[in-house]
Ligand binder design. Sequence first.
Ligand code: SAM
Length: 374
Amino acid sequence: MDCPIKKQCGSCQYIGMDYSKQLSIKKEKCEKLFPHQRVHDVAGMQNPYFYRNKVIVAFNQKYEYGLYEETSHRIVPMKACLLHDEQTHLVLTQLQKMLKKYRVSIYDENRNRGFLRHVLIRRAVTTNQTLVVLVGREAVMKGSKNFCQELVKACPSVQSVVLNINNRQTSIVLSKQEKILYGKGFIVDKLCGLTFKISAQSFYQINHEQCTYLYHQVLSLLDLHKNDVILDTYCGIGTIGMFLAQYVDTVIGVELNHEAYKDAINNAKMNKIHNIHFVHDDATHFMVELAKQKQKIDCVIMDPPRAGSTQAFIESIKVLQPRQVIYVSCDPSTQARDLKMFNKIGYKSRDVYPVDMFPHTNHIESLISLSRVS
Ligand SMILES: C[S@@+](CC[C@H](N)C(=O)[O-])C[C@H]1O[C@@H](n2cnc3c(N)ncnc32)[C@H](O)[C@@H]1O
């Protein structure tokens, strides 16, 4: 399939390339990063299109919406994209008409004037719910009540509209300040048999099908016992830990983002999972404190952001001595760096399991299981 915007946004380096070729390129990349491990075939998708459940677009002064051109802030107008689903485009097209009709001014970053900076759309694919986040420069959006009513009437999948107020001159899209304009401020999705509330600022894996595969792969690599205490570090809204809670005695989830932490607590309540507890903390700080207390921990799941984990986190593993560590990564190069530190403290991994979470892009998700060697 041809990219409608001719790859100008720079996200899909591999679009147009045979999919099996993409998977073998990704496998080769992992083999270079993990020369001492057996790298398995990359787990791909049956239909590797329209998989993204989150998009952030900007509008230009002509009310065209699009993604930024690679390494610039020039907007590449788009009517479609091979990664986003049809509903996302329906909502964006409707917003385009309405922003014009309601004369919502578009932010001009050179003059630091205008209201609307970005629009973030988040989709819950199993429930067909959509969350719309309008990122504006001010806390008041004139006519927002009528605006939301008209939007919801035209696009019934929209369950909530949130105004994120960002008046800083920065390229960071979302600020911490937000106001619910319509609905409850979150959408609900189903994943691995559980129900999850997802709010605007929380992390949620962008590819539902591959995320389901990934979590089952985590489960199949784990050797869990009924009386185990396990940690889900960098836990987001609690998805992995809640999925594993049924197999163990206790799960402790650790997350730095406050919105995600609150979602995680609500998600556990909603799913009536009573053996999971969440801590709002930096994962390294939490691990170092736990190591000081010499807590009994059987398994650790870690799923850090692209930057990977820290030396102090890994050194606390040396003290806690869990039987197993499962390391999920969205950047195998930092995972390979961290693996060297794990080897130094006596934890080894034989296999690498790459998952194609981001088809057509050069990003790879990868999974390793580390065990203590005597
Ligand atoms: C790649 S996501 C993984 C989330 C979750 N495991 C999942 O599958 O949805 C990484 C998470 O780590 C959180 N995070 C980032 N830095 C952190 C830190 N220093 N300590 C704890 N959590 C952190 C982010 O907010 C995000 O929710």
